[in-house]
Design a protein around this ligand. Structure first.
Ligand code: GCU
Length: 631
């Protein structure tokens, strides 16, 4: 451990605490995210957008490298033959939105930098009685309009009609800006500078084992809401209860004090509450509900009505707890039959973004007899948890605090806190999500522990109903005695452990030698294991990259893991091959991580069936506790 000139570890410790203190207080919780966009009045801006590829950020900085007042966000046009304008969006090429840029054009495959996106649109408000003012703008509208981005990787600066709306950092969570006073009926131009440059202080930082897809990777919508609208709400079962529903509702607008009704018609629930002067109300009530579970993914229509707005959502109610090394769903032990998934579109080099992508990926997991998926290593698009709700698939959702980020950097912590907050804000009403993960394979150390502890505290303050976890690494207490003893384990509810015995660590037979241990009386999910295979390449079981090697490795892993008494679940790495710049091996990898159980062509590899059989067996008993009933 590094000790500074003052020499005492206490001094080092104090500096972390100060960084944490300033980071949290200097950057309070930003709460303007609008949730449940699917059930609101929206106009999609998806489709073709004109783009300008700008590696030198010439559209943003002047030649003195100072932000220019006349950047590309002005969407300038030469008005006459003497005018000098050196860009023209409308004559420029187009890209599809949603969609990463890397898979859309060969020349952009490795591109990391800035691309400017422009979308022109007319916008007629739903509410027709809006009076026009002399400048063609609207005054005192009865409704408000927001522009909403499902996600954009990585740093976005957004402008409407030449005016800056704001910025967003982080490639995997939604954000929105109000445009009520800026949007006009005709000829609006929305311009977004998207920069996916990797940054050492970033989250994630500069090295990841997934492709750094850039662009407007998820949907873009215009949302129209009443002047005072229901912006955010939380409705789930109260922690530790199977019948008490608890939550809160946040209005946004001038009419803050309102009567609000929460209705669950199919459960004969109709409750009314009053918001306070901040437009906020907390509530609790008992209800007879069919509990949501993988075998019975029962969703209820929930209607939230205020005097000025109303919103429906489709919500499942279930409880999730731990008891010693067991995970309890609705009070009963459950074994998580899982698999990891990257946001890789099926059979494609592109990043996934659509409902169909979600249905295919989760459909494959169902086929493998899974009841659980680990969405790695960042929040996936909203279709994933919503489809998991419908299909009955439990979900681990994670923020990209991945490998070795800058633990002592204040903006890095703020960034991670923000991504965590946005992830939880968007998905906290999804029954499928049972675990929030704050990190993957991060190095043990004081600064890291403090950093991650702060994330855990934030997650618990935002959502007291779910379990907190992280994917950690094992160490050894003697030869062949892997042990889970990461000091950060004390702060989480469930321990994730990634291990690659038989791939990065020896050959598959090595699994026979190992006896696992843990210092915690907590559930453990083996959150990664596996090895690579080129789909369709067949050889003997000792030949790496063959399907037979991967198959044999899985058989050996399962035999080893079935003996682990404190294991509450497994999620092998990974459902499908996925793109990674760290995998250049010609004619085997070609920039694909080949650890998928399904190839990039959508073909199942032999190891897929090993897991399918293991999970089939699991459906009837818990491998660790033979004979104990479970779901
Ligand atoms: C790591 C990591 C993954 C990575 C995998 C691999 O454990 O968490 O992101 O892709 O190993 O090496 O394939």
């Amino acid at each position: 451990m590094k000790v500074d000139s003052a020499g005492s570890p206490q001094v080092v410790k104090l500096s972390f605490v100060l960084i944490i203190f300033f980071a949290i207080n200097a950057y309070p919780l930003e709460r303007n995210l609008i949730i449940n966009v699917d059930h609101r009045t929206t106009v999609s801006l998806n489709g073709k957008w004109h783009v300008i590829i700008d590696p030198y950020e010439n559209g943003y900085y002047d030649y003195r490298y100072l932000p220019s007042k006349n950047g590309y966000f002005k969407n300038a046009k030469a008005r006459n033959k003497t005018d000098l304008v050196e860009y023209d969006f409308d004559k420029s090429e187009v890209l599809n939105v949603p969609g990463d840029w890397n898979s859309q054009q060969e020349k952009l495959f490795f591109y990391e930098g800035t691309i400017w996106y422009k979308k022109s649109f007319d916008y007629l408000r739903k509410e027709s009685q809006v009076r026009k003012d002399s400048q063609g703008g609207q005054r005192d509208p009865k409704t408000r309009v927001f522009v909403y981005f499902g996600a954009a990787n990585y740093h976005s600066i957004v402008y409407l009609n030449g005016q800056k709306l704001g910025e967003h950092v982080g490639g995997f969570t939604p954000f929105n800006f109000e445009i009520t006073r800026l949007v006009r009926e005709k000829d609006n131009f929305l311009i977004v500078k998207v920069d996916n440059k990797r940054l050492r202080e970033g989250v994630p930082t500069v090295n990841t084992d997934w492709w750094n897809y850039g662009g407007l990777t998820r949907r873009v919508e215009l949302i129209e809401v009443p002047e005072t609208f229901i912006r955010d709400y939380f409705i789930q079962l109260k922690r530790g209860s199977l019948k008490t529903v608890a939550g809160w509702i946040q209005l946004d607008g001038k009419q803050t004090s309102q009567a609000i009704t929460v209705e669950i018609p199919k459960a004969n629930v109709k409750q009314t509450f009053n918001t306070n002067a901040d437009g906020y109300v907390e509530f609790e009530f008992d209800a007879e509900l069919q509990l949501w579970s993988p075998d019975n993914p029962r969703l209820y229509d929930v209607l939230i009505k205020s005097q000025t707005d109303s919103l429906t959502d489709s919500v499942g109610f279930r409880s999730i707890e731990t008891e010693g090394t067991k995970i309890l769903l609705n009070g009963k032990p459950i074994f998580l039959r899982g698999v990891c998934i990257h946001e890789q579109a099926p059979k494609s080099k592109a990043r996934a973004y659509s409902k169909e992508h979600a249905e295919t990926l989760l459909g494959w997991a169902k086929e493998m007899n899974c009841n659980f998926v680990r969405l790695a290593h960042y929040p996936h698009n909203e279709y994933m948890p919503r489809t998991a709700d419908r299909l009955g698939m439990l979900v681990w959702s994670e923020i990209p605090v991945y490998w070795t980020i800058l633990w002592e950097n204040e903006s890095t912590l703020k960034n991670a806190l923000n991504q965590l907050t946005e992830m939880i804000t968007r998905d906290k009403n999804r029954a499928s999500i049972i675990l929030w993960s704050v990190a993957n394979e991060t190095p043990v150390g004081d600064a890291r522990n403090e950093f991650l502890k702060t994330l855990v505290e934030r997650a618990k303050s935002l959502d007291p109903t779910r379990l907190i976890t992280a994917a950690m690494e094992k160490s050894y207490q003697g030869r062949n005695k892997p042990v889970i003893n990461d000091p950060f384990g004390q702060y989480v509810d469930v321990l994730g452990c990634n291990q690659y015995i038989g791939w990065y660590e020896g050959l598959p037979d090595r699994c026979d030698l190992y006896t696992w241990g843990t210092i915690y009386d907590k559930p453990v999910i083996i959150s990664e294991f596996g090895g690579g295979a080129l789909g369709g390449f067949h050889a003997d079981k000792d030949t790496r990259w063959s399907e037979e090697y991967q198959e044999y490795l899985y058989e050996k892993q399962i035999k080893m893991l079935e003996k682990v008494p404190f294991m509450a679940g497994t999620s092998p790495w990974i459902l499908t091959d996925f793109m990674s710049p760290r995998r250049p091996l010609p004619r085997i990898q070609d920039y694909w991580n080949r650890k998928g159980l399904i190839s990039d062509k959508g073909k199942k590899k032999k190891a897929f069936y090993v897991m399918q059989r293991f999970y089939e067996k699991h459906k009837s008993f818990d491998p660790a506790q033979d004979g104990q009933n479970e779901q």
